[in-house]
Design a protein around this ligand. Structure first.
Ligand code: FES
Ligand code: MG
Length: 588
């Protein structure tokens, strides 16, 4: 599908009339301009680049410590080609890069820090527009949050998924097969040698996780929000069309600066509603909930957890991708990608068709001609992959401010369940006891994990999909109800209740659960209930003591002081909102 139309104003580079923000740096005569231009010229930049043309920042999360984004230097060069073609002046700069697989205690702890880096870097520099190069899970929300607080014209370019994993004739998915293989090692169906052999076969090209995990979900969210170009979600990182997309994005950002098409004109309530419904239709990651709530908080859209429930409820899951289904992102692209999904939503009354996008057209204009080439990968509304795709928000005394579950990744038979709690006080307690043969647990038990929320771990890690006890795996149990204040990897699956708020570490009712208490889950009714009397809970609450703060100084201290709860997106209280990009006072 030829869906990129950037360049309709051709190569007419003489039309810039509006005074650029950057000219406050580069446009001055005498000493003030000398400072700004002379040092830049040490890079071999000729005079004409400082003539008042749009200066485009390319905000790069390239890092060898973030393997999913390690190919981004090439991508940045392609963006520059587009910017130059349209008469802009591209300047690439690095920001903190959050690599999901290496950073401890969890990348989520640093999402807000990276967003501050992005926000301050944009505002302090002579930039008129920005291209955000994102890929691995947290790199997307952190850059968009920072850019939203500045509100310049902005285009997101995702780095693209890896090629499908392939091992001994089988397609294997990032993350998803790690969980599967881990269970097989525990039951003796797989050897450690075979597991090691699968490592290089799972990650066999540049790019991010190629399941519908958090990275692919967030890349899809960028496209559905209208701040990424059509097909941003699915083109594999190794496919030459990913570079072409970056090139076109470079052209569009220059036009957007001339049009003054700021982020706030695109990130409206309608855009968020489109994204929430798209998340349901793709069977997207639960992590999108906290990230979109946080982005909305920056741009001033009053989005709530219950919006996710209300808007997602009637959306069927159309996309048959791991972890909810069978295929991978490469297949999704060849089947037509997200434009097909958005077209389905639009034809069934579930898309705000007039929402503007960075392509310069409305979202409907972007997708109305999209064609599906494989209905086993992208189903239609008439025969959806799963009837219920959206996120369900649960309320009850165990989650006064809400908890979430992803029905498409859960076991239907467990969606209504009553069982006795098996409580783990924290992740170390879980690790120490889960495979103890004497642990009193069976398939009807409800596994409860405490102290893994935003303040608790600290940093809100992806540990909510606790692996089942080895003795039950060996007995053939494949799923159990699990409840925590943690997140879970977008590549994971199971009947897993997440993001319980308020979290245990701030004294939420979750902190008061004891082994043997009966817990009731009713997903259809949106109910999560701890069957313990109010009097007994009051007694336990009086005896509860808050865990110690994780650190007396530094960023961990700042995080603990200011991080908000999951139900509002776990941003810092002092970062909500935007400050725009007024020109700061002179540095000399
Ligand atoms: Fe980077 Fe999955 S680890 S996207
Ligand atoms: Mg993840």
């Amino acid at each position: 599908n030829n869906i990129w139309t950037a360049g309709k104003s051709g190569d007419d580079v003489t039309t810039t009339k509006r005074k650029m923000r950057s000219s406050e740096w580069f446009g001055k005569a005498g000493k003030d301009g000398f400072h700004r231009r002379s040092w830049m010229k040490n890079q071999g930049l000729p005079d004409h680049l400082f003539d008042g043309r749009p200066v485009i920042g390319i905000c790069n999360t390239w890092s060898e410590l973030t393997p999913c984004n390690a190919h981004f230097r090439v991508l940045a060069e392609r963006v520059k080609r587009g910017v130059y073609e349209m008469g802009g002046f591209p300047l690439e700069f690095p920001v903190m890069s959050l690599g999901e697989t290496l950073m401890r205690p969890t990348t989520m702890m640093f999402r807000n820090l990276a967003s501050m880096d992005v926000e301050e870097s944009i505002r302090a520099n002579p930039l008129d527009g920005v291209v955000l190069l994102v890929g691995c899970d947290k790199t997307t929300p952190s850059l968009v949050m920072g850019a939203a607080s500045c509100d310049l014209p902005t285009v997101v370019v995702s780095g693209g998924p890896m090629l499908n994993g392939r091992w001994r004739g089988e397609e294997i998915g990032s993350g998803t097969h790690v969980w599967k293989f881990d269970a097989m090692v525990k039951t003796g169906e797989m050897s450690l040698d075979d597991l090691a052999d699968a490592e290089a076969c799972m990650s066999r090209s540049v790019g991010h996780c190629m399941t519908m995990g958090t990275a692919s979900t967030m890349a899809s969210m960028m496209e559905a929000l209208g701040i990424g170009l059509p097909s941003n979600a699915a083109i594999p990182a190794a496919d030459s069309r990913r570079n072409a997309l970056a090139h076109v994005a470079g052209r569009r950002i220059v036009e957007m600066v001339r049009e003054d098409l700021r982020l706030s004109k695109i990130l409206t309530r309608a855009a968020f509603e489109n994204a929430i419904r798209a998340n349901g239709a793709i069977g997207g990651s639960t992590n999108a909930i906290v990230h979109l709530l946080a982005i909305a908080g920056r741009i001033g859209v009053d989005l709530t957890l219950d919006d996710w429930d209300r808007l997602g409820r009637e959306v069927p899951c159309l996309v048959n991708l791991m972890p909810s289904g069978a295929h991978l992102m490469e297949d999704f692209y060849y089947a037509g990608g997200l434009p097909v999904v958005l077209r389905e939503l639009g034809e069934n009354g579930l898309l705000h068709r007039d929402a503007p996008t960075v392509s310069g057209r409305t979202i409907w204009e972007n997708v109305e001609g999209a064609t599906c080439y494989n209905r086993d990968v992208i189903h239609g509304f008439s025969a959806p992959f799963k009837a219920h795709g959206g996120i369900r928000v649960l309320h009850g005394n165990l989650a006064a401010s809400g908890a979430v579950i992803k029905p498409s990744a859960a076991t239907p038979a467990l969606m209504i369940h009553r069982g006795p709690a098996v409580v783990f006080e924290d992740i170390d307690d879980y690790k120490a006891r889960i495979d103890d043969p004497d642990l009193d647990i069976d398939a009807d038990s409800v596994m409860v994990l405490k102290n893994c929320g935003p303040k608790g771990y600290p940093g809100f890690p992806e540990v909510g999909n606790m692996a089942l006890p080895a003795k039950l795996l060996k007995a053939g149990v494949t799923d159990m109800v699990r409840i925590s204040d943690a997140r879970m990897s977008g590549t994971a699956y199971g009947t897993v209740v997440l993001h319980a708020a308020p979290e245990a570490a701030v004294g939420g009712t979750l902190a008061l659960v004891r082994s043997g208490d009966m817990i009731e889950l009713d997903v259809a009714a949106g109910r999560l209930h701890l069957d313990v009397t109010e009097d007994e809970l009051a007694r336990r609450r009086a005896a509860w003591r808050a865990p110690e703060a994780p650190a007396p100084r530094g960023y961990a201290w700042l995080h603990h002081q200011h991080v908000m709860q999951a139900d509002v997106g776990a941003d810092f209280d002092f970062l909500r909102g935007a400050s725009g990009a007024p020109i700061p006072r002179e540095s000399h």
